[in-house]
Write a protein that binds this ligand. Structure first.
Ligand code: COA
Length: 311
């Protein structure tokens, strides 16, 4: 290869550029830029996404990222007003979104929302099952109906979403995602219902990955750790002390962000992930490496013990 020498003027420009980008203020600005900046723009242009649990938390974070990259997004959830606010946020940022208030346990409602999504936005390229239920309670502190409520929202809900979506998917090319949790592989006290549901969701998604692979459909799971600004954390770490306990137990000593999870979801829906199916990806700051039950279980046990000793 022939080397080229810079002329004086060009060398001056390069020197100036180097001095600008090494300025501490500029470096700080660059490092504070949202992670979305690492992806090429418009990665999901012309695509359609269907998101359960899309009105808040992790589901909304991922839906926003899909919309930022050009996908038309259908948001579903139980609360109409919450969905409308989410839709307004996406539209204010220049995205295209629709809403479908429904309960994921209702198969017919999901099927009709999926059909409407296909009719209004085109064949569905991305399905994200992010709807989830949770309350902390020991096995002896929940009724059979309490256990069933979470199994039905998480597991049956994910089955309903994927099963009903199949007929409206783009084939080949569709990417299916389900939100799992460390609960799938670690028994966590006070979370038996979520542990059972998330373990089942992972094996369900792997089975779907096998059954639908011949049609060019991929199915993967994402495992978040403790994530800031989510209903889950508001419920599971509702006091500053519990929040600090969770953070100090986590290997990276902080909560994850919805943006970090959204970037992983975006990646899994691009061609860069075309050979990835039946996999579970952790975006949890290393919390899955902890001893079984260390995280939420110990935190809650301490919390409940200190509460009962105060009572
Ligand atoms: N402790 C023990 N049992 C509880 C409970 C708690 N904190 N919260 C609800 N239940 C039980 C109810 O008592 C009921 O059982 P019962 O009929 O034997 O009394 C059963 O769960 C169903 O409750 P219900 O209020 O009828 O309805 P639901 O279908 O709306 O489900 C939740 C309840 C709590 C599962 C659901 O509303 C939910 O998960 N909401 C939170 C969403 C959330 O946090 N998402 C993020 C998850 S990470």
């Amino acid at each position: 290869m022939q080397s080229q020498r810079l002329g004086n003027a060009e060398a001056r420009v390069v020197k100036e550029l180097i001095s600008v980008v090494s300025d501490p203020t500029i470096l700080k600005l660059i490092s504070s830029c949202p992670m979305a900046g690492v992806f090429r723009d418009g990665l999901l242009e012309g695509k359609t996404a269907f998101v359960t649990g899309g009105g808040t938390g992790i589901g909304l974070g991922m839906a926003k990222r899909f919309a930022e990259h050009g996908a038309k997004v259908m948001l579903t959830g139980r609360r109409k007003e919450v969905l409308e606010n989410a839709r307004a946020e996406i539209e204010a940022a220049g995205g295209i979104a629709g809403t479908a208030p429904l309960d994921v346990r209702d198969y017919a409602a999901q099927e009709s929302a999926l059909k409407r999504t296909r009719d209004e936005f085109g064949s569905i390229d991305i399905v994200l099952a992010a709807a989830a239920g949770n309350f902390p309670a020991p096995v002896l502190g929940m009724s059979a109906n309490g256990f069933k409520a979470v199994i039905d929202i998480d597991l049956l809900g994910t089955f309903n979403t994927m099963r009903a979506a199949h007929q409206f998917l783009r084939k080949p090319g569709a990417s299916l995602l389900a939100v799992s949790a460390a609960h799938a592989t670690s028994p966590i006290p006070f979370q038996s219902h979520v542990c059972a549901a998330k373990a089942a969701i992972e094996i369900l998604m792997k089975t779907i990955a096998l059954e639908w692979s011949a049609e060019g459909i991929r199915a993967n799971c994402i495992t978040p750790g403790p994530t800031a600004d989510t209903e889950g954390m508001r419920r599971l770490a509702p006091t500053p002390e519990l929040e600090n306990d969770v953070k100090s137990t986590a290997p990276l000593h902080r909560f994850g962000t919805r943006d970090e999870l959204a970037d992983l979801a975006l990646y899994l829906c691009t061609d860069a992930a075309a050979y990835i199916t039946g996999a579970t990806f952790f975006c949890d700051g290393g919390t899955s490496l902890l001893k079984s039950g260390t995280l939420m279980g110990e935190v809650w046990k301490n919390h409940l013990n200190s509460r009962s000793s105060r009572d």
